[in-house]
Every structure is written in structure tokens, then in C-alpha cells.
Design a protein around this ligand. Structure first.
Ligand code: NAD
Length: 309
């Protein structure tokens, strides 16, 4: 990939830039932030570790949106993160205004780009962006499930004592309390996790995964999670840049899949050079379908509230 822009040089944005640069995922990496000097400073700081990490990606930082011109991919991490006690929906009003402006800039300066949303509430902002730009749905998507799944896999590794390398987890639904951890599709070396852990431990892991973001926020107090989120974004970007056709959960616009339309929500997708190349439909049992339906309702409620903004 030639050029990637990250809008929002805060914690997630900067950490993502470090991952992308140190793996040479593009020739040019641009950071944009409204805070004077913030993006330039982050770009220079990362550029200076190029000899150590052995990459030759060229970084630049700016507060000028036109710096995104010609980007192949724009990653949006701009906005306000939630504070302890806030839900992701509580930051909706502010973040919609911020991301609307970014999407309009993308339409002007990088009309062929893909948009990867990270800012929260990510399902709602992905949907909103798709409505605003009118681009094909494969080019407008968000990150949530890769993070939720890696959290769940890590908790399984901690609880079972087995290597995190062998754990494959799947999470569906909205990125929030209504996410749907799919234990039936979560395995250790291909063997269902129920073979290794009692139901009580599995239930606790599901609950901890749902509260994964809040747990870190409660510990840190003045910052939400950014290391694992940035690693999750980098994993999606890697799949796109290398056209890997990986099956990873994305916040995708649904077009009749899972019986839904006109919504963005977490589902398994195929990620390759064209972005979200396919939505994979899983057969859900009655409980999973019920949980997924509840998640859809919660996302729809937030989408509905966009009309009042
Ligand atoms: P942060 O406050 O460290 O960074 C946000 C940055 O956005 C700030 O530097 C701010 O100056 C910048 N910004 C604000 N308005 C802007 C604009 N119009 N143009 C350019 N930059 C602008 O926050 P963070 O911890 O990096 O989190 C960023 C977002 O990512 C939050 O919305 C957070 O909730 C979300 N997040 C999502 C996930 C996920 O899994 N989807 C995970 C973690 C965080």
C-alpha cells in the first residue's frame, strides 16, 4: 500500500502508527490531529525509531486535512474517549460531529480511500460515515471484534494455562455491553473451549470480555485501552495490505446478512485488498440469535438517535 493516513494522533492513533510503521505496511504514513504539533511530534518520534525497527516508511504529521490527499486507507481514531462510568454511546454526539467533518475531508481529498473506523461508538460512526459518503460498503468498516476476540482469547489463555498462540476466538455484535462472544466458535487448537474449561469459568470469561474496555479504563482512570486496540487495527490493516483474505470480525454494513439491513455491526468478514470483501454468515443457535438480536436493537437505538443530532 502506498499511503495510509491516521486521523487522530492520540493514544490509539499513535500506537497504531508505531505498529504500521515498524511492520513497513505502507510507503507513506500520515498522522493528522487538530492539536497543534501533536501529529508532527508523534510522526517524528516514530520516524526516529526507524533505524532500530528497520523500516523505511516515511512519516509526516500535520493539522491540515489536505495532508490525507491520495490515501489508500484512512484510519479514524479522532474524537473523545469515554471517562470512567461513561458508556461508548455517551460520547456519540461529540464524536459524530468530529467524524462527519473527517468523512467530508476524505470525500474531497481521498475519494478512492477505504475508511476504517476506530472512534467510538464505532458501530454507529461507521454507519453514519457510510451514509454521509455513500461509498460502497466494502470501503467503509470498523474495528471492534478483533479487539474483543483477542481479549477473550487472552482471558482463556490466562484461565486455561494454554498458549495464547493456539486460541482462536470469535465475537459478534455491537462493540459494547451487548457484544456476543461466540464460545461455540472459540477453540484451543481447533478443540472447542468447553473441552477445557467448566461452564462457570466460561461464563466469567464472557462477562470479563464484555467489560474488557471498562476494566482497563477503571484501572488507568485517565486513559482507555490503546495498546491492544492499536494491535487489532494493525491486524486488520495487515490483512488488507497483504490481501490475505483473512476471516476476521469487522464492523460491517449489512445487506440482508443475518436478516439485517441499514446497520453496521460486528460480524465475521473476509478482509483483503478491497477491504471487507465478504460478510460470512454463521448459523446461530437460539441463544446466540437472541443475543445478536438484542445487540442489533441497541445499535439501532443509537442509530435512531442520530436523527436528533
Ligand atoms: P485520545 O484522546 O488519546 O485521542 C483522540 C485524538 O483525536 C486527540 O489527539 C484529539 O486531539 C484528536 N481529535 C479530536 N478532534 C479531531 C479532529 N476533528 N481531527 C483530528 N483529530 C481530532 O483518545 P484515544 O484513547 O486515542 O481514543 C480515540 C478513540 O478511539 C475514542 O473514541 C475511543 O473511544 C476509541 N477507541 C475505540 C476502540 C475500538 O475498539 N473501536 C478501542 C479503543 C479506543
Amino acid at each position: 500500500m502506498n499511503k495510509i493516513t491516521i486521523v487522530g494522533a492520540g493514544r490509539v492513533g499513535e500506537s497504531t502508527a508505531q505498529f504500521l510503521a515498524s511492520r513497513d505496511m505502507c510507503r507513506q504514513l500520515v498522522l493528522i490531529d487538530v492539536r497543534e504539533g501533536a501529529a508532527e511530534g508523534a510522526a517524528l518520534d516514530i520516524q526516529e525509531d526507524a533505524p532500530l525497527f528497520q523500516f523505511d516508511t516515511k512519516l509526516a504529521g500535520s493539522n491540515k486535512p489536505e495532508m490525507m490527499a491520495g490515501s489508500d486507507l484512512i484510519i479514524i481514531t479522532a474524537g473523545i474517549p469515554r471517562k470512567p462510568g461513561m458508556s461508548r454511546s455517551d460520547v456519540l454526539g461529540t464524536n459524530v460531529k468530529i467524524t462527519d467533518e473527517i468523512v467530508k475531508n476524505a470525500m474531497q481529498y481521498a475519494p478512492d480511500a477505504m475508511l476504517l473506523f476506530v472512534s467510538n461508538p464505532v458501530d454507529i460512526l461507521t454507519y453514519r460515515a457510510w451514509k454521509v459518503c455513500g461509498w460502497p460498503r466494502n470501503r467503509v468498516f470498523g474495528q471492534a471484534g478483533v479487539l474483543d476476540a483477542t481479549r477473550m482469547a487472552s482471558f482463556i489463555a490466562m484461565e486455561s494455562g494454554y498458549s495464547a498462540l493456539d486460541i482462536d476466538a470469535m465475537v459478534l455484535g455491537g462493540h459494547g455491553d451487548s457484544m456476543v462472544p461466540m464460545m461455540r466458535y472459540t477453540t484451543i487448537s481447533g478443540i472447542p473451549v468447553a473441552n477445557f474449561l467448566p461452564q462457570k469459568s466460561i461464563d466469567e470469561i464472557v462477562e470479563r470480555t464484555r467489560n474488557g474496555g471498562a476494566e482497563i479504563l477503571a484501572l488507568r482512570q485517565n486513559s482507555s485501552a490503546y495498546d491492544a486496540p492499536a494491535a487489532a487495527v494493525a491486524t486488520m490493516v495487515d490483512a488488507i495490505v497483504h490481501d490475505r483474505k483473512r476471516i476476521l470480525p469487522s464492523v460491517a454494513i449489512l445487506d440482508n446478512e443475518y436478516g439485517c439491513n441499514n446497520i453496521a455491526i460486528g460480524v465475521p468478514t473476509v478482509l483483503g485488498k478491497d477491504g471487507v470483501e465478504k460478510v460470512i454468515e454463521l448459523e446461530l443457535n437460539a441463544d446466540e440469535q437472541n443475543d445478536f438480536n438484542q445487540s442489533v436493537e441497541m445499535v439501532k437505538k443509537d442509530i435512531q438517535s442520530l436523527k436528533d443530532l
